[in-house]
Design a protein around this ligand. Structure first.
Ligand code: CDP
Length: 784
C-alpha cells in the first residue's frame, strides 16, 4: 500500500478556486448565500482524495497557524461529543467527519473555520492528512463477491449487503412465465446521476450564546423535519431551533438529506458563539451530496402470441454508495419502485431489489421523482418496447392492447398499489395524433430504404405521488401528512402558511389561487409563506410532487373551514338562518333574494368587529391533511429522433408531451414544470453520468464532465393535456412536477433504439452519447 498525504496528491477540484468558484448561477433572490450576519465566519471542508483509505494521521497545526483561522474540527473532535457519526434517513449511519477510514472520494475529513471564505479554503489545503490506500470497490455487481473488501467494518453484519426487498407473487409469476408464448427481457442500468440544482447546498448556523437560540438558514426542502432531526441528534431543545429555508435555487431531492457540512457549521457556531456560513462548491455538490438512481435492473415480460401481457418479473441491484442515505419513506427500502407495473393490466408480478455498498458517495435520493418512480417508469416502458420488438407489433398497438381499462379504476396493481384514476388510451391517442404517428412510420420506412436513421419513441408512464397516507408513509418516523394555515385579516386580505417549501415551483402563486378558488378572495390579496419553522405549521416539506396532492388539499380544506365560519357570520349579519344561505365564490346571499348579500371581505371585517355573541373572534383555520391514497398522474410522451450516421449524434426533431395531472390549478406553471422536467430528462438520456474509475475517482465531478443541456441542445417541447381528476383529492388535482423527468427518459431511449431496431439493436444504456451510437453503427457495419 502506498501512503500519500493530501498535500502530495493536491486539491482535486474540491478546493475553492476563487474566480472559478461556480457555486450558483442565479437571478435575483433571497438565498442562503445572501445571508450575511454581523460577526459571521466561514467554514470549509477538507475532503478525501481517496475512495477507500485508512486515516493514519491528521496534522492541523499549519492550518491553525494561518492568520484568520479560528478553528479546525476533525472527526476525533466530533467523536468526543458523540457526533462523529449521524443517522441517515434510512436506518444507517454516516460519518460527519471521517474517523478510522474514508469510504469515498471527496468524503468530509475536517472542517476549517476562518474569518473569510478564502482564508478558510487556503487553510483547508494546509490540513495534512496521511492516508493508507485500501482496495477499492466500485462495481456493485462485485459488492457481494467474497474477494471484495468489506467496506463498513463499523457494522455488525460483515458484508456489503444492505437489504433485500421483494413484493408480489413469485410463484404465480414464475408459473405465468413457464407457460408463456413469448418472453422479453431487458437489462437496463439507470445510471448514477445528480440533480445539480442551480444553487448548491449550504447553510448559515447562528447560535446565540445569550439566548441559547440556534437559527439555521438552510437550503432545505423540509425545514420542519430538519429541525426535528437537529433536535433529536444534536440534543438541542426543538423550541430553541429555528430553521429558515429562504429562496432555494432548485432542490430536486438534493436538499432533503442532512449533510455533514450543515452539522459542522452548527457545531462550529455552538463552539465559537458566532454565525458560521458553509456553502459548498459545484464540484463538492456533484461529488459528495445525494446522487440519484444507480439502479441495475432486469425486467422480463411474459405475453401471449397476440401481445397480451401476462406477467412481469423484475430483479434489481441498487448501488447505495458508502452509506445508505436514501431519502425515502421508511417502509420502502426501494422507494415506490413497485409501481413498475406501469399502465398495463396483468395479474401477476414479482419484484425484488438488493441494496449494496460501494466506495462511492452516499445517497439514493428522489431526484424529481417519487422515490424510485423514475427508475420504475423507465424500466417498464423499455420492457414494453422490447416486447413489441420481439412480437413484431407496433409499440403503440401493444400499449393500447394492455392499458388498464378506464372501467377498472380504482385499480389494484399486481404489486399492490391502488391506482386512483386513469384513462391512458386518450392521452396516447392525443400524443400520437399531434405528432402524426402514422405518417412518421411511413417516413421512417422510406428513410430506411435510403439508409437513413430515424426513430419514434413512446412512453406511456404512470406516476405515484403525494405521500402519505400517514398509516403507510413516514420519513425517519415522522408521519407523512401536510399542512396549511390561513388567516384572513379584517380587511379581507390574508396570509397562507404552509408545511411545504417551494424551490421554484410557483407555490406562491398556486396556493393563493386555491384560496381564491375556495373563498373568492383575489389571489393577489393572499400572501403565501413557507420555509420558516417559527411561523409555518408543521409539515414534511416539498419533494416527490407531494405539494399539490397533500398541501394543496390542506389549503382547500382550511379554506373550507373558513367558509363554514364565514357562513355563520353571514347568517348573523343577514339575520337569517345558515340554511337560507347560498354561496358563490366571494359572497353569501339569501336564497331567492340575491340582493341580500355579504361579501367575504365584509364577513372578514365582521369577524373582528361584529361577530355573533359566543363565537370566537377572527377568521382563520389550520388543516393537517392526511391523504386517503396517493394520486397517480400519467401521460404519453412521443419523441422523434434523427441520427447522423457520420457522427452518431442524435437530434431530437419533435417531442410531444401529453400529461394528465387531473384538475390543473395554473396551466402556465404546469407547462413550465413540464418544460423543465423534459429538459432534465434530455440531459439524463443523452449527457449525464457520475462515473468512477477503478480507483474510485469521480469522473463526473464538474460541469466540464457532467453536462447540463443548454438552449442549443434543447428541442422545442410541444405540450398538451388530458384531464382525469383524482377522485379522492378535494379538488381533483394530482401532482405534476416530476412527471416529465419520470416519463421522458424512456421516450428518448425508445426513439433511439427504434431508429436502430432494424439492425437488431434492442437496448442502449443511458447516457446515449454520439460515441456510443457511432460505435454501434460501426459494429453493425453501417459505417466503416
Ligand atoms: O411538490 P411540488 O411542488 O414539487 O410538485 P407539484 O405538486 O406537482 O406542483 C408543482 C407546481 O405545479 C405547483 O406550483 C403546483 O401548484 C402546480 N400544479 C398545478 O397547477 N396543477 C396541478 N394539478 C398540479 C400542480
Amino acid at each position: 500500500m502506498i501512503a500519500k498525504t493530501s498535500a502530495e496528491v493536491g486539491g482535486m477540484g474540491h478546493s475553492l478556486k476563487r474566480k472559478e468558484d461556480l457555486r450558483f448561477i442565479r437571478g435575483k433572490g433571497n438565498y442562503v448565500d445572501d445571508v450575511n450576519l454581523p460577526n459571521m465566519v466561514y467554514g470549509h471542508l477538507v475532503r478525501s482524495p481517496y475512495a477507500h483509505a485508512r486515516l493514519k494521521s491528521i496534522n492541523i497545526e499549519k492550518a491553525k497557524a494561518l492568520p484568520g483561522v479560528l478553528a479546525v474540527i476533525t472527526g476525533e473532535d466530533l467523536a468526543k461529543a458523540n457526533l462523529a457519526w449521524m443517522p441517515t434517513l434510512f436506518f444507517d449511519k454516516q460519518m460527519v467527519l471521517a474517523t478510522g477510514k474514508v469510504l469515498f472520494q471527496s468524503q468530509e475529513v475536517a472542517f476549517v473555520v476562518a474569518e473569510d471564505r478564502y482564508t478558510a479554503a487556503d487553510a483547508a489545503e494546509l490540513v495534512d492528512v496521511e492516508y493508507e490506500e485500501l482496495p477499492v470497490l466500485v462495481d456493485p455487481h462485485k459488492s457481494l463477491d467474497p474477494s471484495s473488501p468489506i467496506l463498513r467494518d463499523d457494522r455488525e453484519q460483515k458484508s456489503n449487503h444492505i437489504f433485500h426487498w421483494e413484493v408480489g407473487d413469485k410463484q404465480a409469476t414464475d408459473k405465468a412465465f413457464q407457460g408463456a408464448d413469448v418472453k422479453a427481457r431487458v437489462d437496463a442500468v439507470f445510471q448514477r446521476c445528480h440533480p445539480a440544482p442551480l444553487e448548491t447546498c449550504g447553510c448559515v448556523a447562528d447560535h446565540n450564546p445569550a439566548t441559547g437560540r440556534l437559527t439555521i438558514y438552510l437550503t432545505s426542502q423540509a425545514p420542519h423535519a430538519h429541525r426535528t432531526l437537529f433536535a433529536l441528534v444534536g440534543g438541542i431543545p426543538e423550541n430553541n431551533i429555528r430553521v429558515i429555508s429562504p429562496d432555494i435555487g432548485g432542490g430536486f431531492g438534493n436538499k432533503v438529506p442532512i449533510y455533514p457540512g450543515y452539522v459542522c457549521a452548527v457545531v462550529a457556531s455552538l463552539t465559537l458563539g458566532r454565525p458560521v456560513k458553509w456553502i459548498e462548491s459545484r464540484s463538492e455538490n456533484l461529488q459528495s451530496t445525494g446522487f440519484a438512481r444507480d439502479y441495475h435492473m432486469t425486467a422480463e415480460l411474459a405475453a401471449s402470441k397476440d401481445g397480451k401481457i401476462q406477467a412481469l418479473r423484475v430483479k434489481t441491484l441498487a448501488d447505495h454508495g458508502a452509506f445508505n442515505a436514501a431519502a425515502q419513506p421508511t417502509k420502502f427500502p426501494a422507494g415506490l419502485f413497485s409501481v413498475c407495473t406501469g399502465a398495463y393490466d396483468y395479474p401477476s408480478a414479482f419484484c425484488e431489489v438488493d441494496g449494496v455498498y460501494t466506495n462511492k458517495a452516499p445517497g439514493g435520493i428522489a431526484y424529481r421523482c417519487s422515490f424510485r418512480v423514475t427508475e420504475a417508469a423507465y424500466l417498464i416502458e423499455r420492457a414494453v418496447d422490447v416486447l413489441a420488438q420481439e412480437l413484431k407489433i407496433d409499440p403503440a398497438d401493444l400499449r393500447r392492447k394492455n392499458f388498464i381499462a378506464p372501467s377498472k379504476f380504482p385499480y389494484k396493481s399486481a404489486l399492490g398499489w391502488t391506482y386512483d384514476s386513469g384513462n391512458y388510451e386518450p392521452a396516447m391517442k392525443l400524443a400520437l395524433d399531434k405528432v402524426g404517428y402514422a405518417e412518421l412510420r411511413k417516413e421512417q420506412e422510406e428513410k430506411r430504404q435510403k439508409g437513413e436513421l430515424m426513430g419514434i419513441g413512446i412512453s406511456s408512464f404512470v406516476e405515484i405521488v403525494g405521500a402519505g397516507p400517514s398509516h403507510t408513509f413516514d420519513i425517519a418516523g415522522i408521519k407523512m401528512f401536510d399542512s396549511c394555515e390561513i388567516r384572513i385579516h379584517p380587511t379581507g386580505k390574508g396570509i397562507c402558511r404552509m408545511g411545504t417549501k417551494s424551490q421554484g415551483q410557483g407555490h406562491e402563486t398556486t396556493y393563493a389561487q386555491i384560496v381564491a378558488q375556495e373563498l373568492g378572495i383575489p389571489a393577489a390579496d393572499i400572501t403565501v409563506e413557507e420555509g420558516d419553522t417559527d411561523t409555518a405549521p408543521y409539515g414534511l416539506g416539498t419533494y416527490a410532487s407531494r405539494s399539490t396532492p397533500v398541501s394543496g388539499a390542506a389549503t382547500a380544506m382550511a379554506a373550507r373551514k373558513i367558509r363554514e365560519k364565514a357562513k355563520k357570520i353571514a347568517a348573523h349579519l343577514l339575520e337569517c338562518s345558515e340554511a337560507d344561505l347560498e354561496w358563490e365564490p366571494g359572497k353569501f346571499f339569501v336564497k331567492g333574494t340575491p340582493s341580500k348579500t355579504k361579501t367575504i371581505q365584509e364577513i372578514a371585517f365582521a369577524a373582528y368587529t361584529n361577530h355573533p355573541q359566543g363565537m370566537e373572534a377572527g377568521l382563520e383555520a389550520v388543516d393537517y391533511y392526511d391523504p386517503p391514497n396517493l394520486t397517480f398522474p400519467f401521460g404519453t410522451y412521443v419523441c422523434v429522433v434523427d441520427i447522423d450516421k457520420g457522427t452518431g449524434e442524435v437530434k431530437v426533431r419533435r417531442f410531444v408531451a401529453v400529461d394528465d395531472c387531473g384538475n390543473i390549478i395554473n396551466p402556465m406553471i404546469v407547462d413550465g414544470q413540464v418544460h423543465g422536467g423534459l429538459t432534465e430528462g434530455l440531459g439524463i438520456a443523452f449527457m449525464q453520468l457520475i462515473d468512477y474509475d477503478e480507483n474510485g475517482n469521480v469522473q463526473g465531478g464538474s460541469f466540464m464532465d457532467y453536462l447540463l443541456p443548454t438552449a442549443v441542445e434543447t428541442p422545442h417541447w410541444e405540450t398538451d393535456k388530458t384531464c382525469t381528476p383524482s377522485p379522492h383529492h378535494p379538488f381533483g388535482a394530482k401532482g405534476v412536477g416530476e412527471s416529465p423527468n419520470v416519463g421522458s427518459p424512456a421516450a428518448f431511449v425508445n426513439a433511439v433504439v427504434d431508429a436502430l431496431s432494424h439492425l437488431g439493436v434492442k437496448h442502449i444504456d443511458m447516457p446515449i452519447t454520439p460515441w456510443k451510437v457511432w460505435t454501434i453503427l460501426k459494429e453493425k457495419g453501417v459505417v466503416s
